[in-house]
Design a binder for this molecule. Structure first.
Ligand SMILES: [Zn+2]
Ligand SMILES: [Zn+2]
Length: 286
């Protein structure tokens, strides 16, 4: 079905619309062979709390951004190549329902759909795109994925020493290997995690020991081939990147329009590509 959409005018128009909603805050999205498969609002788990984000699924990338004005203006665009993505369904837990993980080598996070059906639709469409991509490219999906960060409010005390209470002065930090919320002394070490950065990153003491043991093992178990011999840096007390500790898209912006719109997926199970999307504008421009 996607192939039928590749050269369609409707597809080009939709992509132009996404570009214009991001304006100068986004990159060019129109590209030969790229198809907008679907779009909708998902709740993304951020460092402090879950937040509504607008998602656009293309056949080769997943794009999301903050909602400035619902359906009109988005910013803080993130583009994730689908080749690197692995999905993992999450069990419903309290208020967190219909969720799944979007995992890549450099960043992993949880998103939640409004209903179980929407979750199913999203996951199926994303999986299908990934499958098609990998089949075409012959590539293997990445085996290593960045940790999913434990949200700040789920840890009142350090998850490593189980002693330090977090306060304004005793700030929370995240281990980049396991995603735990840990105190400063329990995350004083840095380790090179090539999938996430070319600079050594904050890790908890437990991961630091584990990574060092892994590194000491014979090379056939090493997961990063080539020159990526992991470097150990002991940067205890050396300023470091602690100010970079915040999730970049985590600022508190005005609450977006919370009215729920169902996600739209284009071109599945229909005779003509546009029957799924009867907006008055689409009709008028035909
Ligand atoms: Zn601690
Ligand atoms: Zn850790």
């Amino acid at each position: 079905m996607v192939d039928r959409l590749v050269n369609s005018e409707a597809n080009a128009r939709r992509i132009a619309m996404v570009e214009s909603c991001f304006g100068s805050s986004g990159q060019q999205l129109a590209e030969q062979g790229r198809v907008l498969v679907g779009e909708g609002v998902l709740t993304k788990m951020c460092r402090k709390k879950p937040k509504a984000r607008q998602f656009f699924l293309f056949n080769d990338i997943l794009v999301y951004g903050n909602i400035v004005i619902n359906k009109k203006k988005y910013n803080k665009q993130h583009v994730i190549p689908l080749e690197e993505v692995k999905l993992e369904s999450l069990k419903d837990e309290g208020q967190y329902r219909n969720g799944w993980l979007i995992r890549t080598a450099s960043k992993s996070f949880a998103v939640y759909a409004a209903t179980a059906t929407e979750k199913e639709e999203w996951m199926a469409h994303i999986e299908k795109c990934i499958e098609d991509l990998l089949r075409k490219s012959g590539k293997q999906p990445p085996s290593e994925h960045a940790a999913v960060w434990v949200p700040d409010n789920e840890a009142a005390i350090c998850m490593h020493c189980k002693k330090t209470q977090f306060t304004v002065l005793n700030r929370r930090h995240h281990c980049r290997k396991c995603g735990s919320v840990v105190c400063g002394p329990c995350s004083s070490k840095r380790f090179l995690l090539p999938g996430q950065s070319d600079k050594p990153l904050r890790v908890c003491l437990q991961c630091y020991d584990m990574l060092n043991r892994e590194r000491a093992r014979p090379p056939q178990t090493a997961q990063t081939p080539g020159q990526g011999a992991a470097k150990v840096l002991d940067t205890t007390g050396s300023g470091g990147e602690s100010s970079q500790d915040d999730d970049s898209d985590d600022e508190d912006e005005r609450a977006a329009d919370q009215s729920h719109d169902e996600p739209k997926f284009y071109g599945d199970g229909e005779k003509t590509e546009d029957t799924n999307n009867h907006s008055s504008k689409d009709q008028a421009s035909k």
